[in-house]
Ligand binder design. Structure first.
Ligand SMILES: [Zn+2]
Ligand SMILES: [Zn+2]
Length: 487
């Protein structure tokens, strides 16, 4: 009998059951611990009713590991969490720009779990900084003084940041084409507080022109049927050869719901791209970088569903380091790796990529009831998304997650079952206000447009912005990044 591929339709007998998640092999105990605390946080913070109605979701978290001095087992605390699979359509984004009272960043453009979790992480770091400034002690951060007498913060000794995502990140990580997949092996030598290191290998980049390392955007749902027009001006900054690469001008080779960045089929980058970028520029982003001693990098990323080491490692990390990407430009930086041109602080950081055998879907099996299902593909139905961060500001401890309507990018009142026009506590708009308050910027700063925000960033975070500019213009993978209005 011919083997059935996972995209073929299968008939299940009435009452038949199958596992909602494929069986997996964990990388090590630490990976399973990270996943277990993340899943527990999800159960505690997101309402039970919604969880029961939405059995299969995408969850992502950031977890801190705190080493214990007395030889005790290290502690794992979930500090931020995101649940979601939605993002705004190009149509909503355009309407937002056209509105007369437009203020930039009130809507959350991208509500994929990983992106929400990372926004919530930034909120949490800002809260910790605020607390430190008020003189309260922090378990995560310590203050230090810069040469010019400014106060900055860094992670305390023994504190490290780890990421969890219940499913392999969308984009390049789901592209199986250019790699030989292999089974994960459990590493029994690693203790509960240890994760593997030095797992990274140079990628033989034989198929760059076919999209092997390509950036991908989340495909715009409202433009699904329309063929995107290729605007050649958008390719003008690329080396001549790269402009004609098939991977850059066609989406036929792309994983489902993704497209190349500059052909008019979407503008929001896939999670694989974003995570890869965080591994260069840090999780803190631009504004927060001015309050920190250096970028915050994740030490590991633990993945559940659809894990494949070779593709995940390539997507979230190693494609940035590929040897073929050395760009020879002017004579003075001949042979210089793009990475070497980045500011001292912004060196690429390789997280350990791990798999977990902890399952998010605790029902374990799905009733098939005779209906047709499509392979192991999970359908994500709810438009609601959730985010949470550990909020201990003023001694308060808000424990519930905030609900976002992923199609409007605004707060959703889950109790009342109503849409609202409120901006989220982790929207760009709100977090810019938070930042201005913490930085005590004296001059009245108005951040109404993307241009205003960009000016503020250049003013307070010039190192970060310079590193970002080098990466997004000179790096042969990142130079395809879709930059809004050329900024
Ligand atoms: Zn995603
Ligand atoms: Zn790597």
């Amino acid at each position: 009998m011919a083997s059935t591929s996972n995209t073929l339709q299968q008939n299940h007998k009435e009452g038949a059951v199958r596992h909602a998640e494929k069986r997996r092999i964990a990388t090590c105990r630490f990976a399973d611990r990270v996943a277990a605390v993340s899943i527990e946080a999800f159960k505690q913070r997101v309402p039970q009713k919604w969880r029961e109605e939405n059995k299969q979701v995408c969850l992502a978290t950031f977890v801190v590991h705190l080493e214990q001095v007395d030889g005790e087992e290290g502690r794992l605390d979930v500090i931020s969490l995101g649940v979601g699979t939605k993002y705004l359509s190009q149509e909503t984004l355009r309407k937002e720009y056209d509105a007369p009272d437009f203020e930039y960043g009130k809507r959350i453009r991208d509500s994929h779990a990983e992106v929400l979790a990372r926004r919530a992480l930034r909120k949490k770091i800002l809260i910790e900084i605020k607390n430190c400034m008020k003189g309260s002690s922090s378990e995560l951060l310590q203050a230090m003084e810069t040469k010019d007498g400014k106060q900055q913060f860094q992670l305390k000794q023994g504190v490290s940041i780890h990421m969890y995502t219940s499913s392999t990140p969308c984009g390049n990580s789901s592209l199986k084409k250019f790699a030989t997949l292999s089974k994960e092996k459990f590493n029994d030598d690693l203790e509960k507080d240890e994760w593997p290191t030095n797992m990274h290998e140079a990628i033989p980049a034989h198929s760059l022109h076919l999209g092997q390392l390509a950036l991908l955007v989340k495909k715009d749902i409202s433009a699904n049927e329309k063929c995107g027009a290729i605007d050649e001006a958008k390719f003008a900054h690329l080396p001549k050869k790269q402009r004609k690469w098939p991977a850059n001008i066609s989406d036929e080779w792309c994983p489902p719901n993704t497209a190349p960045p500059r052909i008019g089929k979407g503008s929001i980058h896939s999670c694989s791209d974003k995570i890869c970028r965080w591994n260069y520029l840090g999780l803190q982003g631009s504004l927060l970088s001015s309050l920190l001693d250096g970028p915050l990098y994740m030490k590991s990323i633990t993945i559940g569903r659809k894990f494949s080491r070779v593709t995940a490692q390539r997507a979230v990390c190693c494609r940035g380091l590929c040897n073929k990407l050395r760009v020879k430009r002017k004579r003075d930086d001949k042979d210089k790796d793009v990475v070497e041109q980045l500011d001292e602080k912004y060196k690429h950081s390789c997280p350990s990529v791990m798999c977990t055998a902890e399952y998010l879907d605790d029902s374990g099996v799905l009733e098939m009831s005779g209906e047709k299902v499509i392979g192991q593909d999970v359908r994500f139905l709810s438009t609601l998304c959730w985010l949470w961060y550990c909020n201990n500001e003023n001694g308060s401890n808000v424990t519930h997650a905030e609900c976002i309507n992923g199609e409007t990018g605004l707060v959703y009142d889950y109790k009342q079952g109503k849409k609202t026009s409120n901006t989220s506590s982790i929207s760009t708009f709100q977090m810019t206000l938070d930042f201005i308050e913490v930085e005590k910027i004296q001059d009245a700063v108005f951040v109404h447009t993307l241009g205003d925000l960009r000016n503020l960033k250049r003013q307070v975070a010039s190192d970060y912005e310079a590193a970002k500019d080098i990466l997004l213009t000179k790096h042969q993978v990142f130079n395809m990044w879709n930059r809004r209005n050329g900024l």
